[in-house]
Structures are given as structure tokens and as C-alpha cells.
Design a binder for this molecule. Structure first.
Ligand code: UDP
Length: 393
């Protein structure tokens, strides 16, 4: 089948694209072609078994599924069951170990003594001082205002500097708002109601989503090599980088990328947990992933383990974009692209890359479900009407 024969073309086989493709096929009975320039489905959530260790790894870094949305959670149950994995993160700073996100254990360890919730709150409030009162717009002010200088300098400043290579005063406070601060010993990384790992891995979820007979998946296909051949009014769900869609005419949006350095070790356990963050600026990597710990329920026959060391840097045009930086300049560029989008009523822009938003997996799925109902369903119903009218004529 030629691309023009499909009712919908989905560009990108990540969570946004796969969710949309599945809905279009299963709910509307329309045909969908999903193209992706990579040679695998799943976007950055892609997972595969490392042949050397037998451990399922996340090639683009650890992905933990969590959501507060009943809708998203129940939607995913159609394609996978979840384990009861609960994510916990350790941060190493100046040779010591701290629990992350910041909780009573972290605060007591950082100040070297046991503290009650009231004592910890008082110590932090005293340090946060005036910063805590102001409406902080940048990451540093927001962090110091909520956790004080000591914790900020120990656990946040170096890590943030390494991850973003941008002065924390120039970063949006939203980035740090993702992390809770708890005056309890609750050390779970996520606060959401639902959490777990897909029992048979992420790639199996995508295969399940995309197996509908009305969906055709074409890998290793770059949208920009085929864009010319599409029908003028053909519905396109575009989840690639937004600036690339417009030929970078209003400028390049800033992204961070990560480099993951793989190592296989001849030990059953390398670090004792799935993710350890390294807060010190002198340590060149931001964290170490050990994927085996994401599935403690699995039997691993080999006394081997795969780890990835993660290094963060600015993304050039050829790099995989991971995190939108979203400086003031980026925001202005994005405004211009938003205006240009209006000239493409048959293109829906979505996903982390297509919307230039730091979306988590559950947010990408939630956004796709919503857009499907509010835009895609009416658009395709309208197209069907027009075709029927034309046929009747
Ligand atoms: N962060 C930090 N120290 C940590 C963990 C996180 O300073 O040990 C800050 C950092 O600025 C980071 C932000 O919190 O960019 C969000 O962290 P998160 O773990 O949510 O990032 P992700 O897992 O998406 O890379």
C-alpha cells in the first residue's frame, strides 16, 4: 500500500504515536501507517534484552511507569499487566549516600542528626528565609526556597549543573517542581497512585498496541523523505521535533541529550539498586542505571549485569533530543512555530518532541487520548462525511 492510501500517517512510534494509531484503528476502523526513522518501535521507551547479560535494558535510559490518571492506567491494562515495582533512588554526594527525593532520612543524614518533622521544617525554613516567600520563577530560587541552601548545594546544584549545563538561575522552576520534598520517611521516587513496570517489558507493550490489522508499521523511514508524496488533506500525526518540521525557519529549539555508556560486569549485582544519582560536579556522569533491579521478580540465570553510565550534554541537530531546555529564547521560538502550525490544519503535533514539552510517558499517553477524542475523531468523521457526500453526488 502506498502512503497516500492510508487514512492517517503517524510519524513516530513512541507512546504518543502508538496510542494514537491504536485508537484510530480500533475505534474508527481507519487505516494507519506508522513510520519511524529508527529501526525499532517504542521511541525512547524502547527496551531490549542485552545478549551478553540476558538482562532487559532500556536503551535510552530507565523508564518507570507511573501515573495519577485512572484513564491512562486502565487504558494501558489492555496491552500489558504491571509488576508492583516501586522506584527508589539513591544519590551519592561527597562520598555519602542519601535518599532521593528529599525526605526526612535525607535531611537527617545531611545535617548529621535525627530530626522530627517539625525540627526539619524549622531548619529548612530558617535557611530558605526570604527566598521561600518570593514567587520563584527560576530553578535555583525555587529550590533554595523550598529546601534551603545546605540541601541545595549538596544534592541539587551540582547535579542540575551537570544535567543542564545551564546556570540554574536560567532554568525554569518547573524542572525541579517534579521532585517532591517530604517531611516523612516516605522514600518513594514518585507520588502517583499507580506505578509499576510492564511485566513483559516496554517493547512488548508497543507490539501489542501496534498489532491491529489496520496498522502498518514502517521502520527506518524518515518522514522528510516521504512528506512530499502525501495527499494535501491527509491526516498526519507528527511526533518528531517541531523545529525540524518547519525546516528550522524560526530557529533551533534547545534540547539536552544523554550519552549512555554501556558496561557488562561479571557480577550478579553491581550497585544494589536500579538508579544511583551522582550529585558532585567533579563526577562526570549524572547517574548509573542497573536494569536488573527494575525486575526483581525475574530470574536471571547469568551472574552478569548490564549498567549504563549517563552523561548529559547539549543536543546538536544529529543527536537524539531528550529534554527541552525551554529558555526564554526557546519560548519565543516556540511561539513562532505555534503560529506556523495554524497553516497545517491536517497535522496534529504531539509527544515530547512535537509539542516541545517535558512530557512523561503517562502524560504523552493522556495527551494522545484527549486529542484523539477532541480532534482526530471529529476530523476523520468529517472526512468520512465529505467522502460520502461526494460519492452520493
Ligand atoms: N535533581 C537533582 N538531583 C537529583 C535528582 C534530580 O538536582 O538527584 C533535579 C535536576 O535538576 C533534574 C530535576 O531535579 O533535572 C528533575 O529530575 P528527574 O529525576 O525528574 O529527571 P528525569 O528522571 O526525567 O531525568
Amino acid at each position: 500500500m502506498h502512503l497516500t492510501d492510508f487514512d492517517v500517517v503517524v510519524v513516530g512510534a513512541g507512546f504518543y504515536g502508538a496510542t494514537m494509531a491504536e485508537r484510530v484503528a480500533s475505534q474508527l476502523g481507519c487505516s494507519v501507517c506508522v513510520i519511524d526513522r529508527r529501526h525499532h518501535v517504542g521511541g525512547n521507551a524502547y527496551s531490549e534484552v542485552d545478549a551478553e547479560s540476558g538482562v532487559e535494558v532500556h536503551r535510552y535510559g530507565t523508564h518507570i511507569f507511573h501515573t495519577n490518571s485512572e484513564l491512562v492506567w486502565s487504558h494501558l491494562q489492555r496491552f500489558t499487566s504491571f509488576t508492583d515495582y516501586r522506584h527508589r533512588v539513591i544519590t551519592v554526594a561527597r562520598g555519602r549516600v542519601y535518599s532521593m527525593p528529599i525526605n526526612l532520612a535525607t535531611i537527617s543524614a545531611a545535617f548529621g542528626r535525627h530530626m522530627t518533622p517539625q525540627e526539619a521544617s524549622a531548619v529548612i525554613a530558617a535557611e530558605a528565609g526570604a527566598a521561600g516567600q518570593s514567587r520563584a520563577l527560576n530553578l535555583e530560587d525555587k529550590a533554595v526556597g523550598s529546601i534551603g541552601r545546605t540541601l541545595y548545594d549538596l544534592l541539587i546544584r551540582g547535579y542540575t549543573q551537570k544535567q543542564w549545563q545551564t546556570d540554574p538561575k536560567d532554568l525554569s522552576a518547573d524542572i525541579i517542581s517534579r521532585l517532591p520534598v517530604r517531611m516523612t520517611y516516605n522514600d518513594r521516587y514518585f507520588s502517583d497512585r499507580f506505578e509499576g513496570m510492564p511485566s513483559r517489558g516496554y517493547t512488548a507493550v508497543f507490539q501489542q498496541m501496534l498489532k491491529h490489522p489496520k496498522i502498518d508499521v514502517r521502520l527506518g523511514v524518515d518522514f522528510f523523505d516521504v512528506a512530499e508524496s502525501l495527499r494535501p488533506r491527509q491526516l498526519v500525526i507528527y511526533t518528531g521535533p517541531i523545529d525540524r518540521f518547519f525546516g528550522y525557519r524560526c530557529g533551533l529549539l534547545g534540547w539536552r541529550t544523554v550519552e549512555l555508556e554501556r558496561q557488562v560486569h561479571d557480577v550478579a549485582d553491581f550497585q544494589g539498586t536500579a538508579v544511583i544519582n551522582y550529585a558532585d560536579e567533579e563526577v562526570p556522569f549524572t547517574r548509573i542505571h542497573e536494569f536488573k533491579h527494575l525486575h526483581p521478580e525475574r530470574e536471571h540465570a547469568l551472574a552478569k549485569t548490564t549498567i549504563y553510565r549517563e552523561y548529559s550534554r547539549f543536543a546538536g541537530r544529529e543527536d537524539e533530543p531528550y529534554y527541552p531546555i525551554n529558555t526564554q529564547a526557546d519560548k519565543r521560538i516556540m511561539e513562532s512555530y505555534k503560529i506556523m502550525m495554524a497553516a497545517h490544519p491536517n497535522v496534529i503535533f504531539g509527544g515530547r518532541l512535537g509539542s516541545y514539552k517535558y512530557l512523561d510517558m503517562h502524560q504523552a499517553i493522556g495527551a494522545a487520548l484527549k486529542t484523539f477524542e477532541h480532534q482526530v475523531r471529529p476530523f476523520l468523521a468529517g472526512a468520512g462525511m465529505r467522502e460520502r457526500v461526494a460519492v452520493n453526488d
